[in-house]
Design a protein around this ligand. Structure first.
Ligand code: ATP
Ligand code: MG
Length: 433
């Protein structure tokens, strides 16, 4: 077989035998978002480039190296979204959603695009689930947001995923800190990579997020932002910890977390694991009190997180967490001959209209092959229709597991009668008899 083309490097297909896993985690995420009062927002996959340049930050890796940016035929520069926060904030501002009363809490599922070196857990198209909350400076909101992420992981029965938190302060304390960082890194000027050299001038905190091993080593002994927090930021951080303690959420303070995007202020956090190799951050988030203003809005303190669905599924796989398969076929009707085939087609429609899952032959197989197929798709019940059954307007429903058979009529009440057999059987199963 020679295909004319294959999928683009760094992208993945989700095949039918795997999609139930995505549906399961998405269901839990949706459900938990609702429990916490977040409502879904959907935004376009591409935006004007300046949204990300300004929102995510000129000095971030995402903007400097990873964006899929192109000019449209009309000569506009557009970018495939590399993350979900900027688009959600843009939409909320554009439609004056913040006037409806604060806080505004939104959730989203987005595909994201970053030109990265593809490897396990690092793709060029990947998917995020995120929550964003606008219009609260209260540390209880930081704790509530972290709790929401933790409850999702708990409900998915994930273990060994550790919450690490830090505070990276506000622009006021950051000025002092940047000075200290510059002084420290000046001493290693001839050892830093080229990117970090330019970061030294523009945004020295970015050096702490450099992935090069030599720079990482130098960064180990750099001054810690947590020692430079102003009184207000310090108090905020202490309160976040108190609320997390109150909610029984376990965490460690990791003073090296700075996050990869420029918009963060005060609280930042990551959920990390050793179970999926070196790309171990499954979820990242924090407060971004300056973003809404940066995008042209008023001062609206806000916060959010995003989790990578591919990394999450990889983690669940590696921990052997079993994901329930979506329900299989309830009834398979096999038809023998033209008349029976037509009847099977009519009856299976009734079954589907009654809300159950039904299948019948659509490829012209013989009886044996049809029954083999019913077995393969895990049909709970089956029924064979031939000339006799059509004539008598009656047929036998067979329980595929026990072999037990019950006769039902092939009239308008067919679906209802089948439903009775189906529920009796299920009740017996539940009762264990
Ligand atoms: P990393 O440090 O691993 O590059 P990041 O700081 O760039 O992550 P964020 O922008 O905060 O990540 O995105 C939030 C989450 O999205 C990450 O924790 C991760 O689970 C997921 N993610 C980010 N980039 C990728 C990618 N290229 N492929 C798969 N998942 C990703
Ligand atoms: Mg990254």
């Amino acid at each position: 077989m020679s295909l004319i083309t294959k999928k683009i490097k760094g992208t993945e297909d989700v095949l039918p035998k795997e999609s139930f896993k995505w549906q399961f985690v998405e269901k839990i995420m949706r459900n938990e978002a609702e429990n916490y009062g977040f409502k879904e927002i959907r935004t376009p996959v591409f935006e004007h480039t300046e949204l990300f340049a300004r929102g995510v930050g000129q000095t971030t890796d995402v903007v400097q190296k990873e964006m899929y940016t192109f000019d449209t035929k009309g000569g506009e520069s557009v970018t495939l979204r590399p993350e979900g926060t900027a688009g959600a904030a843009r939409a909320v501002l554009e439609h004056a959603v913040l006037n409806d009363g604060l806080p505004v809490k939104v959730s989203y599922f987005v595909s994201c695009y970053r030109y990265e070196k593809p490897q396990a857990g690092r793709l060029r198209e990947f998917h995020q689930f995120g929550l964003e909350e606008y219009g609260t400076a209260d540390p209880v909101a930081d704790a509530e947001l972290i709790c929401a992420a933790q409850s999702i992981f708990d409900r998915l029965q994930i273990k060994e995923l550790h919450l690490e938190i830090n505070s990276i302060g506000c622009p006021k304390c950051r000025a002092e800190y940047h000075k200290a960082l510059r002084e420290y890194f000046e001493k290693y000027k001839d050892k830093l990579c080229d990117t970090c050299l330019s970061r030294l001038e523009k945004n020295p905190m970015r050096i702490l997020d450099c992935k090069s091993p030599e720079d990482k080593k130098i960064a180990e002994n750099a001054p810690k932002v947590i020692d430079y927090l102003c009184e207000d930021c310090n108090e905020h951080f202490e309160k976040v910890k108190t609320y997390l303690d109150g909610a029984g959420v376990k965490y460690i303070v990791n003073p090296s977390i700075v996050r990869g995007l420029d918009y963060y202020t005060k609280t930042v956090f990551e959920f990390v694991t050793d179970y999926i190799g070196s790309q171990g951050t499954v979820c990242g988030g924090g407060r971004y009190d300056g973003l809404i203003e940066e995008l042209g809005g008023q001062h609206v303190p806000s916060l959010g997180f995003a989790m990578g669905i591919e990394r999450l599924l990889m983690l669940m796989d590696n921990q052997g967490i079993e994901i329930p398969k979506s329900d299989t076929c309830d009834l398979y009707i096999a038809g023998l001959g033209d008349k029976a085939k037509l009847k099977a087609f009519e009856l299976i429609k009734q079954i589907r209209e009654s809300g159950l899952k039904g299948e019948t032959d659509v490829v012209g197989r013989g009886l044996r092959a049809q029954m083999k197929y019913a077995d393969k798709i895990g049909a709970k019940f089956s029924m064979v229709l031939g000339d006799n059954e059509i004539e008598e307007s009656k047929a036998k429903i067979k329980n595929m597991e026990t072999g037990e058979q019950v006769e039902i009529s092939l009239t308008e009440s067919f679906a209802q009668e089948f439903f009775q057999v189906y529920t009796q059987n299920r009740n017996r199963l539940i009762a264990g008899v």
